[in-house]
Ligand binder design. Structure first.
Ligand code: GRF
Length: 213
């Protein structure tokens, strides 16, 4: 399955996908990396991996829809079948989300539906939850909403600050994103209503909670 990965920043989830795609037998490859920011460190990761990358800045477009049409054109031009948001900091509107329905996924650093939006880790700490985590989900129009594909639970430990908790969650993100892409690329994920159903692998065995060792 051909992927387009959309980034705005450091790109550690992009790196996790690059590393997964390099494993023999992984059922997906990255056809294009798009950043909306020229200074995104993730662009260097794409270059280092020899991947095609493009800068499509929202600043060069008068409207959200024209920005989204440019994104759509770019990902279509490379034959992408799945668009993966990996720290992409622009909200995508109904036009793009509708076009890519159930072929557009995102990763978020909380156990959705808890703590959608910015600074999810700091808000989890402030709320005093004992468990948080990360979620890979299909994208809907509401921010950080949509059918859940993979989640991992991460403990909040005594003495945690935002930095230590963020790092622990990020570690889980790097396992969850490749797993979600693998399940989709293997054709094992179906959206029913607003939930996903994951089919077991042939011969059984289904790794569904990557927070387990
Ligand atoms: C991650 O925490 C992701 O869950 C959120 O943005 C962050 C991106 O980090 N959506 P990176 O650019 O992949 O390192």
């Amino acid at each position: 399955m051909r992927l387009a990965v959309l980034i705005s920043g450091r790109g550690t989830n992009l790196q996790a996908l690059i590393d997964a795609c390099a494993q023999p037998g992984f059922p997906a490859s990255i056809a294009l990396v798009v950043s909306n920011r020229s200074d995104a460190p993730g662009l260097a990761r794409a270059r280092a991996a020899g991947l095609a990358s493009r800068l499509i800045s929202h600043r060069q477009h008068a409207s959200r829809e024209s920005f989204e049409r440019a994104l759509d054109e770019a990902v279509r031009a490379v034959g992408a079948e799945l668009v993966c948001l990996a720290g992409f900091m622009r909200v995508l509107g109904p036009w793009f989300v509708g076009h890519w329905r159930d072929r557009l996924i995102n990763i978020h650093p909380s156990l959705l539906p808890a703590f959608p939006g910015l600074e999810a880790q700091a808000r989890a700490l402030a709320a005093g939850v004992r468990l948080t985590g990360c979620t890979v989900h299909f994208v809907r129009e509401a921010v950080d909403d949509g059918p859940i594909i993979v989640q991992a639970a991460v403990p909040v430990l005594p003495g945690d600050d935002t930095q230590s908790l963020t790092a622990r969650i990020l570690d889980a993100e790097h396992r969850c994103y490749p797993l979600a892409v693998r399940l989709i690329a293997e054709g094992r994920v179906r959206v029913e209503g607003e939930r996903t159903v994951i089919e077991a692998a042939p011969g059984g065995g289904m790794l569904m909670n990557p927070s387990l060792p």
